[in-house]
Design a protein around this ligand. Structure first.
Ligand code: PLP
Length: 394
């Protein structure tokens, strides 16, 4: 296993994160700490599995083998104490397509769909872009982190006859790993009002040491007929470019409804290389996963301490997981556009801007910390210099 501290040049590899500057109108020197993939190499077993497969030199249409499903089920059981059935698992090239299939399969144009902003921007796109009505149950900043307003959740579901809820568990960008009580609170209300939950668990492996994630359907079999769970090895093992994800639907009627649309749109199959990479990751990935999250957690501690000591105007949101930190920059007194320009031009840092996660994200930025520590150190020094410089000018 290579050291996570090793700096690997990703430029000129077609990387969205590292080669997208010109396309996105970003200064070429800005350090990219935005899109959610890691700057770490994949584990050797994944590379070996890909090499074995590519050596065959024929890459025709491919089916998942039994061992593919077994590797996924084994991982869910070992890592998340979640016993699943092979029949529940459907392949899909990505979690965003899976969410869009669900919105179209389970709701009609004009139906209300609920999300919890600030949240991953494609959630709102999947509602509005498909002509559904967007209902927001905004998360509440509290005690340096975020909590759910359960009363507001129920009121909005009832008042708008919400049909579907897109849950982000754990939550991107705020980094909350929901407790069983929080999950049950939401799921029980959804059962009461017959709301289907699309449970996006793409970040579920990315929890800090000692933290446990609970897959929603593992909490109570009563939730199965109201939940579809979207998972992927992509974030966990840094293989997002291989576009292989897995959706779990325990209820046969829902599964059929979902699959009819997925097949109709031609998004029920995944690519040959993704299949073997996914299987290798879930079969051999335990040690690597623990190691990568220990490194990411240490990076998070480093950023928290550096900012607390050197840039008190910025507050780092408390989180229990993800390789993303949510920074509250409101005290800098800049408008969303000014904040964006400040980060790109003054600090020379390319981060995700909070306003893209909904109005609730205004004044925040999202920092990707899945990179060698040395890059973060450089980024923090640049940020400190930029904040000191702009404060001096005032
Ligand atoms: C919550 C969440 N869902 C889905 C995705 C992306 O899914 P995919 O690339 O599999 O479509 C991301 C990527 O950042 C994400 O954060």
């Amino acid at each position: 296993m290579k050291s996570f501290a090793e700096v690997i040049n990703r430029r000129h590899t077609g990387s969205t994160k590292w080669d997208g500057h010109a396309l996105m109108g970003v200064p070429p020197e800005a350090i990219p700490l935005w899109v959610a993939d890691m700057d770490f190499p994949v584990m050797p077993e994944v590379t070996a599995a890909i090499n074995r497969r590519t050596a065959h030199e024929i890459y025709g249409y491919s089916l998942p083998a039994d061992s593919y499903f077994e590797s996924i089920q084994g991982w869910m059981l070992r890592r998340h104490h979640w016993a699943t059935e092979k029949e529940w698992i459907l392949t899909v090239p990505g979690v965003v397509p899976a969410i869009n299939i669900a919105v179209n399969a389970f709701t009609n144009p004009g139906d209300a769909v609920l999300i919890q902003p600030p949240v991953y921007p494609p959630f709102a796109n999947s509602v509005l872009g498909n002509g559904r009505k967007l209902i927001k149950n905004s998360l509440i900043p509290e005690g340096g982190g975020y909590v759910i307003d359960l009363q507001d959740f129920e009121t909005r579901i009832k008042a708008n006859a919400v049909k579907l809820f897109i849950l982000c568990s754990p939550h991107n960008p705020v980094g909350r790993v929901w407790t069983p009580e929080e999950l049950k609170g939401m799921a029980d209300i959804c059962r009461k009002y017959d709301v289907l939950i699309v449970d996006d668990e793409i970040h579920h492996d990315l929890v800090f040491p000692g933290v446990r994630h609970y897959p929603l359907p593992a909490l109570d079999a009563a939730y199965w007929e109201h939940t579809i769970v979207c998972t992927a090895p992509s974030k966990s093992f840094n293989i997002a470019g291989l576009q292989t994800s897995n959706v779990f639907i325990a209820d046969a009627r829902l599964r059929e409804q979902y699959f009819i649309l997925a097949r109709c749109w031609g998004v029920s199959k995944v690519n040959a290389i993704g299949l073997v990479a996914c299987e290798a990751a879930y079969t051999y990935g335990d040690e690597w996963m623990d190691a990568v999250m220990a490194y990411v957690a240490a990076n998070a501690d480093y950023v928290r301490e550096f900012i607390a000591e050197n840039i008190p105007a910025i507050k780092v949101t408390k989180s229990q997981g993800l390789f993303l930190l949510w920074l509250d920059c409101n005290a800098l007194g800049l408008s969303p556009r000014e904040l964006e320009s400040f980060f790109l031009k003054k600090a020379s840092l390319w981060l995700n801007q909070g306003y893209t996660f909904g109005d609730e994200g205004s004044g925040y930025v999202r920092l990707n910390i899945a990179c060698p520590r040395s890059l973060l150190v450089k980024a923090m020094e640049q940020l400190k210099a930029a904040v000191d410089g702009s404060l001096r000018k005032d």
